[in-house]
Ligand binder design. Sequence first.
Ligand code: PRP
Ligand code: URA
Length: 212
Amino acid sequence: MEKLDNLFVMTHPLIQHKISLLRDKNTGTNEFRAIVEEIAMLMGYEALSDLPTEEVEVETPIEKCMTPVISGRKFAVVPILRAGLGMVSGILALVPAAKVGHIGLYRDEETHEPHEYYCKLPDPIDERLIVVTDPMLATGGSAVAAVNFIKEHGGKKIKFMSIIAAPEGIRRLLEAHPDVQLYVGHVDRELNDAAYICPGLGDAGDRIFGTK
Ligand code: PRP
Ligand code: URA
């Protein structure tokens, strides 16, 4: 993993291999969905290395001891609907007790600006580490809006996880929210005129859910 201030870029060959499978237009919905989940798990392993733990007493076959466990009460995953949903199961495989919030956003096809249609977050949220998931960080409009909502609801410690990011989106998110730690699987070249990531993988929501 490469780190530049609050930007963490994945370099692990397993993650890069799986991203290549996602890019292939011949990868079908079943496989695409499974690979998104696997990448989320691998990225989650990196992104959750500072997850808070608490000491509990456990009795081993030899003696009692105090030993750390992860508390789901201190962690929440918040997918941006729809495509971010595809990453949730990968994170929950790592932290089954995590709370799950949802933020519904869609991009206007002409302006490319995000519109909110749903927001439900775990309450209270202020003490939790929050990981926002969305496979695509394109213009960054959706990411900035999602982090704005979470902060308006009191969220403070926020990480954002995205599988493919455009340089424009990375800049926009980290300029608007320099305190957010951003984890990306790969940084792609640029956005096209329709604000799609190039080379990217197409429309992540459609490919995960088999729409279109
Ligand atoms: C996609 C993607 C992000 C957003 C990224 O969602 O999942 O949420 O676009 O673009 P941005 O960085 O320019 O905001 P979309 O709006 O297509 O909705 P969907 O997930 O329901 O398909
Ligand atoms: N949303 C997607 O699903 N793909 C892109 O390339 C850009 C935004």
